[in-house]
Design a protein around this ligand. Structure first.
Ligand code: ZN
Length: 501
């Protein structure tokens, strides 16, 4: 490649290094740091954010980008070079709209807010968090104004996580599958007594939970030579390179689900990051293309694989070896049903597959209301409970089980939640396509073999990193855009069977 292109790449490498350094500080904040370190860490993160923002939005980037673009002119659309120019141009256009002071202030406030939110949630005290949330919502609205939008401010926010999608389109997708979802949930919960999950709620030694979970995700294909697992309050996946992709887990010594399915989930994210083509390492093309596509990978391994009957026909005897007392006399079918019990529960991250997207729809309505000014922060706890009641028929007992449950708003991540629901839809669209190419996949899963599926994902999705937008990728893989029909059909088929309807 030409001189200018190489200069652009090495300039962006340095920018990427600053971003990764910030990511390591954030990972450390959630995994190792004592609470007393919060203020200092907020300052350090803010400094790094300022430096990296200044570097990326500099005249030097603009000049190199312009020159490099001329050099790569005529190269194929999907080449590394043309793709990098395309993606950097979009990132540059977006980032230069945000003033450096705004970015630094945003980073400082949200880093401080983390500890405030942790305290408020632990003490069930929304009033303690409220002034911080007001400040954050103001900053988020400012961001939307800086970024610009065609129709409404929320468009600017959701576009940062799922490029190309609009609020109106998300609403259309949600409205399109909500009625069938609500009706499935009421059919199933009318027969709640057919499935018990009591077996999951017993004493389960945490070290053994970790050992079993790691055994499973390694078999899925999470490469531990380039991966690591540690403990945090909120499970997440982060990467500092395609060769250093880490997951965190939350353990509950009296409940099997959070750690087990959390590890499967985060390993799905991790395998996506690890699967980027080697040629993209260190460039802005490495990693996942959008949060929705990212979530499609985590949900596929957690749910379509990890909550399938076939998987447990194979894995349950192994789990029994880890927990012979707890699982004595239990059969795989009973266990399979237990992990698929549908409940109108309050906590999103612990929700079953059938109710999950409803949790997101509640947040989508609240966020669009907050950003448009129709909902005030002072009223958001009440608005949460009202909406929750109309969607689920139950009211959260307190704010820790309601408006305070998620970390996202304290991090300034408004516009992020819809990508979870979009990821669920995409997970089934992609999986169905993989089945068309390899009808043997379910039988292989039932024999503890996962490489056909992983290789298909590597080949069709992972290797491209950020080269294609979510919609481009989905069209390339499935021949169509995102839709909810496959997802709803999958849920109806699965849960009518589990509940014998
Ligand atoms: Zn996820």
């Amino acid at each position: 490649m030409g001189d200018k292109y190489e200069q652009l790449v090495s300039h962006l490498d340095e920018f990427q290094d600053l971003e990764y350094a910030g990511a390591i500080l954030s990972w450390d904040q959630q995994v190792n740091m004592p609470p007393g370190g919060a203020m200092a860490r907020a300052r350090q993160l803010s400094t790094l954010a300022r430096l990296s923002h200044e570097m990326f939005t500099s005249d030097k980037t603009a000049r190199l980008l312009e020159d490099a673009e001329r050099e790569v002119d005529g190269m194929p659309y999907d080449s590394d070079e043309a793709s990098l120019i395309r993606v950097v141009k979009e990132d540059f256009a977006e980032r230069t709209k945000l003033p450096t002071d705004h970015v630094a202030e945003f980073t400082r406030v949200t880093a401080e807010a983390h500890e405030v939110w942790v305290h408020a949630r632990a003490n069930n005290d929304f009033a303690y968090f409220r002034p911080m949330l007001e400040r954050i919502v103001d900053l988020v609205i400012q961001s939307a104004e800086f970024l610009g939008y065609a129709d409404q401010p929320y468009d600017a926010l959701i576009n940062r996580y799922e490029r190309g999608i609009t609020t109106a389109r998300v609403k259309e997708i949600f409205d399109g599958h909500k009625p069938r979802l609500v009706s499935l949930i009421s059919d199933v919960t009318a027969h709640a007594d057919r499935v018990s999950d009591a077996v999951l709620h017993q004493g389960y030694d945490v070290d053994k939970q970790r050992a079993f979970g790691l055994d499973m995700v390694k078999r899925f294909g999470y490469d531990m030579m380039r991966g690591q697992q540690s403990v945090s309050v909120h499970p997440f996946c982060t990467s500092f390179s395609r060769d250093d992709v880490r997951i965190t887990t939350r353990f509950d010594s009296n409940w099997l689900n959070p750690a087990l399915f959390g590890m499967m989930h985060e390993s799905g994210h991790a395998m996506y990051e690890q699967g980027s083509s080697q040629s993209l390492e260190g460039t802005l093309l490495v990693g996942g293309t959008s949060l929705g596509v990212h979530e499609s990978q985590s949900r596929m391994w957690e749910n379509i694989v990890g909550r399938s009957r076939g998987f447990w026909m194979w894995a349950f005897p192994i789990l029994q070896q880890y927990f012979p007392t707890q699982l004595e006399g239990v059969d795989a079918e009973t266990f399979y049903k237990a992990i698929n019990k549908v409940e109108r529960s309050f906590i999103r991250v612990e929700a079953d597959e059938a109710t999950y997207n409803l949790h997101i729809m509640v947040r989508f309505e609240l966020e669009t209301g907050l950003v448009s000014g129709k909902i005030k922060v002072a009223d958001v706890a009440r608005e949460w409970n009202d909406r929750f009641e109309s969607y689920f028929g139950v009211v959260p007992p307190d704010d820790a089980h309601g408006v305070l449950q998620d970390v996202h708003w304290s991090s300034g991540l408004l516009g992020y939640f819809p990508t979870y629901a979009l990821g669920n839809l995409l997970s089934v669209q992609y999986y169905n396509r993989a089945l068309q190419d390899h009808p043997s996949i379910p039988d292989e899963i039932a024999a503890g073999k996962f490489d056909t599926l992983l290789h298909w994902l590597n080949e069709n999705i992972h290797q491209y990193g950020r080269k294609f937008t979510s919609d481009e990728l989905t069209r390339r893989v499935t021949g169509e855009s995102i839709q909810s029909d496959d997802y709803i059909a999958y849920l109806e088929g699965k849960f009518k069977d589990v509940y014998g309807l």
